[in-house]
Design a protein around this ligand. Structure first.
Ligand SMILES: Cc1cc2nc3c(=O)[nH]c(=O)nc-3n(C[C@H](O)[C@H](O)[C@H](O)COP(=O)(O)OP(=O)(O)OC[C@H]3O[C@@H](n4cnc5c(N)ncnc54)[C@H](O)[C@@H]3O)c2cc1C
Length: 468
């Protein structure tokens, strides 16, 4: 179905100024240009007609009523670190930036809960709660992302095997519907069997159902100790074969990351550092938390045994906290090292953990077939594989012709192994075509029905996930 959209006129701008105040409404090119893209590589930029930066929920309800009445598209945005074009205003209209709603409203020490506005960054929240002896366990490769963005993409990150992803750490929400109504879901409690779970429905909906204006987050106690083990292997297959055995141990690690030499070389150049044992083909980086050093070292000795049984060349725990930090920092810089290296695409397929090596094997075949190199690394503990096809020795025209067929084949393989198109980045605009091709029509139809129930006029982040 085609939707028509109204334009932002001078009168609309006046109405927006009346709602938000002149200091929170932006129309000049140099003020709004940065809101035309996110971190999705090679994405086409779309400049919104106006950017608004609310400081309270009431102004968002007024905005929604205005936009709904005039059929003006609204695109919510957090920090713009998304990798799927989710916050790109592809129909122009109003860009709703939540960056100024960035208060940590409450740390409830009795209920182990934080109540926050959506524009709080993940890094600010983690630092704040840790100062009070608590822990918010989500740790992604981009800590400047906002909590609202994390919720809307159901962000995952490194600690998912132990703590789950964003949806496992959100207890309740306040959100504004496209018709301007405010809803409150869940609360400061863990259990709830009271009707449909709208908290979980809004999480991961990529700003297409409602604007998140407040979140109730689950906290835990700060881990006493955290250590990293680094194990180089002769090949990726051996490294990945060790993972299911490690997962059978009594302690669940916080993360198990895998990587190949190609990305290690790039990050070494990017950061001007040397990674220990950097001449080997593949690596596991395992992080564990515990109550004491003894507990952790006992665990690591078992992990080391498993790694060696799977032909690891070494299994080392860097001696100093600084050396461990260096390894973790390097892991966090993979994306930036790649960005600097060459134009690339981003794929974040998830498959059952056991299928990672088969998936990577098939990806290699596809890479050969298309003559496009693909850098591979990922979260071995949870099956989320990051792939970056690289545009090297090929002109952009040839690349554009090949890349969507290559991506299609990779998604198809991922799904045939029991996986899904996106483990943590979301569908956004980038993967819409593949999602719609590969997903059961009955599922898409239910999703479209839900979208219509929330947003009859399709004004909230239209053109994302699917087209109505
Ligand atoms: C270097 C790098 C590393 C990354 N590592 C990870 C990783 O480890 N794990 C991971 O999951 N992701 C990762 N990401 C992706 C990104 O950080 C996440 O998708 C993050 O959750 C986006 O948050 P944001 O605030 O930047 O949201 P944005 O990019 O601004 O928006 C993302 C989506 O959320 C919607 N949205 C934002 N705020 C709201 C709101 N308040 N209400 C309704 N909708 C809203 C937008 O419309 C859009 O659809 C990485 C990105 C980069 C650049």
């Amino acid at each position: 179905m085609n939707y028509w959209y109204g334009k932002v006129t001078d009168q609309t701008i006046e109405e927006l100024i009346a709602i938000f105040g002149g200091d929170n409404v932006f129309t000049k090119k140099d003020e709004i240009e940065a809101y035309s893209c996110d971190e999705m590589p090679l994405a086409k930029h779309h400049i919104p007609q106006v950017v608004v930066k609310p400081i309270n929920v009431q102004s968002i309800t007024r905005l929604m009523r205005l936009a709904n009445e005039k059929r003006i598209p609204i695109t919510p945005r957090g920090a713009g670190t998304g990798l799927s074009g989710g916050c790109i205003p592809i129909y122009g209209g109003i860009l709703l930036s939540l960056e100024r709603m960035n208060k940590i409203i409450e740390i409830d020490q009795e209920n182990f809960v934080a109540v926050v506005e959506p524009g709080v960054t993940l890094s600010d929240l983690c630092n704040h709660v840790e100062q009070q002896g608590f822990y918010y366990p989500l740790h992604t490769g981009e800590m400047s992302a906002t909590i609202g963005g994390n919720i809307s993409t159901n962000a995952g990150g490194l600690n998912a095997i132990k703590y789950g992803v964003t949806r496992h750490n959100v207890l309740g929400l306040e959100a504004v519907l496209p018709n301007g109504e405010i809803i409150r879901t869940g609360g400061k409690f863990v259990k709830c069997s009271t009707g449909y779970d709208l908290t979980q429905l809004i999480i991961g909906s990529e700003g297409t159902l409602a604007v998140v204006t407040k979140a109730i987050l689950k906290l835990t106690t700060k881990p006493v100790k955290r250590e990293v083990l680094f194990a180089p292997f002769m090949n990726l297959q051996n490294a990945l074969d060790a993972v299911p055995e490690i997962m059978k141990l009594k302690i669940t690690p916080t993360s198990i990351e895998f990587m190949e030499r190609s990305i290690i070389e790039l990050v070494e150049k990017y950061q001007n550092i040397e990674i220990p044992h950097h001449q080997h083909e593949a690596y596991l980086m395992i992080t564990v938390e515990g109550e004491s050093e003894n507990e952790i070292y006992e665990y690591f000795s078992k992990v080391e045994e498993i790694c060696r049984q799977n032909e690891a060349v070494e299994a080392m725990v860097p001696g100093s906290a600084r050396a461990q930090r260096k390894l973790l920092d390097a892991r966090e810089k993979f994306f930036h090292a790649l960005q600097q290296y060459a134009p690339m695409a981003v794929i974040d397929v998830v498959v059952p953990r056991r299928e990672i090596s088969e998936f990577v094997r098939k990806v290699r075949e596809i890479s050969e077939e298309f003559q496009i190199p693909i850098i591979v690394y990922g979260h071995a503990g949870d099956g989320n594989v990051h792939l970056h096809p690289i545009c090297l020795n090929m002109n952009r025209g040839e690349w554009s012709k090949k890349i969507s067929r290559l991506m299609s084949e990779i998604y198809h393989v991922g799904i045939s192994l029991g996986g899904a198109i996106s483990g943590e980045h979301g569908i956004g605009f980038d993967k819409k075509v593949y999602f719609n091709l590969e997903t059961d029509i009955a599922l898409i139809n239910i999703m479209k029905g839900i979208k219509k129930a929330f947003d009859l006029n399709n004004i909230l982040n239209p053109g994302k996930i699917f087209d109505l």
